[in-house]
Design a protein around this ligand. Structure first.
Ligand SMILES: Nc1ncnc2c1ncn2[C@@H]1O[C@H](COP(=O)(O)OP(=O)(O)OP(=O)(O)O)[C@@H](O)[C@H]1O
Ligand SMILES: [Mg+2]
Length: 372
């Protein structure tokens, strides 16, 4: 019986990377599988040229094909190189660098404006802090900062003697926003490069200290400014916020593709304003804008749905009153934000366990020594 490509992947999933202790299929190291009768060819992608593990991994691949598929198979392995361009989880920053104490940086983004990014970013940050994590929230929406209103905070931050900005702190969350620093109308006339340099200063010239999570509230859209921001910040992952209407879902595709373009893992989609529960019938869920749009799209894009947030006046009021609703123990909306935050953490853990740290631009070269 002819050998199938899927059999090759299954067999190679038995080959563990000796250092990362994760199989080479999960590490996405196998590409371009070709099978013709007993001839099997594929590319083994190594992170650097002349990687000392190349020969050992090639031999293990060949043995796995012979053991699990066909001992007479002719195995032809090309060696590809994956040049590191971008880290999946922040690599340790040099000691003393401003982000050396920050473990995970997560962007909350959307293709479309007004879908509830800031509401989600604020409540995810507050959910993590409520559970005991050290959390920072960076308002990357330079033109339309929401953090001051959503925290009811309009003070000016202090500066250290080394001229570093000291974040304001509320509900245990360290906060930085352009809204604390300048008149928002003044920021409106800034050009793209000024926005990028403001974001860089928010990373480099702020005393963030030790953080388990830094959440980035992104400006709406997937244009040049957003792309430059995601390239300037060492992101661990992104969360995409959407509402259920089809027109919003089209924008999710753009959002997911923007992050994939720069190799930032999309941890999942949060569907905001997903349903309405009347206050006098809190167990009923009315899916006003349609149901399951996000889950269908998530399947299509192979990205999980992290949760659904109801549409409700208390969420809008909490945003306007400056206290994240997730801090309200009684609220059903709080439970939905807590669930999203837990699912996001789970996705981060899965990524950390299975994703290679160095993946991106790849090219293939023929390596005679790797032929078997
Ligand atoms: N689930 C919800 N139920 C009710 N109101 C909501 C909900 N989510 C967000 N809102 C309200 O909708 C408005 C827009 O939300 P928000 O500012 O979070 O969106 P955004 O995507 O950050 O917008 P922008 O693109 O302008 O940055 C706010 O008034 C907010 O309180
Ligand atoms: Mg916003």
């Amino acid at each position: 019986m002819a050998i199938q490509k899927e059999q090759i992947r299954t067999a190679l999933a038995h080959v563990l990377h000796p250092e990362k202790k994760v199989d080479i299929i999960a590490l996405n190291m196998i590409q371009d599988i070709i099978v013709q009768d007993k001839y099997v060819s594929f590319t083994l992608e190594m992170p650097i040229k002349n990687d000392p593990l190349t020969q050992e991994l090639s031999q293990r691949c060949e043995r796995a094909i012979h053991k699990f598929i066909d001992q007479d198979a002719i195995v032809d392995i090309q060696i590809g190189i994956n040049v590191s361009q971008q880290r999946q989880t922040p690599a340790p920053e040099p000691m003393g660098s401003p982000l050396s104490g920050v473990q995970n940086i997560i962007a909350v983004a959307s293709g479309k404006g007004g879908v509830g990014k800031s509401t989600v970013a604020v409540n995810i940050a507050a959910a993590l802090a409520r559970n005991g994590a050290k959390v920072g929230l960076m308002d990357a929406d330079i033109y339309g900062p929401s953090i001051p209103t959503m925290f009811d905070l309009f003070e000016r931050p202090n500066v250290t003697v080394q001229k570093k900005l000291i974040p304001l702190v509320k509900y245990g969350i360290k906060l930085v926003s352009m809204g604390f620093l300048v008149d928002v109308n003044q920021a409106m006339v800034w050009r793209g490069p000024m926005v990028t340099s403001a974001i860089k200063q928010f990373m480099n010239d702020v005393e963030w200290g030790e953080l388990d999570f830094m959440i980035l509230d992104m400006p709406p859209g997937t244009g040049d400014i957003q792309l430059t921001i995601v390239q300037s910040v060492p992101l661990s992952g992104a969360v995409i916020v959407s509402t259920p209407q089809n027109v919003a879902l089209d924008d999710v595709r753009k959002g997911v593709s923007m992050f994939q373009k720069v190799n930032v893992p999309v941890l999942g989609i949060i569907e905001n304003m997903a349903y309405f529960s009347p206050p006098d019938a809190p167990d009923k869920k009315y899916y006003i804008f349609g149901q399951e749009g996000a889950s269908r799209l998530a399947d299509e894009l192979a990205v999980p749905v992290l949760g659904e947030i109801p549409l409700g006046q208390p969420i809008r009021e909490s945003g306007d009153n400056g206290k994240p609703i997730v801090l309200d123990n009684e609220s059903p909306a709080a439970a939905s934000f807590l669930a999203c935050s837990a699912n996001m953490q789970q996705q981060l853990a899965i990524r950390a366990a299975t994703m290679p740290k160095d993946l991106s631009i790849s090219f293939t070269e023929k390596s005679p020594s790797a032929h078997t």
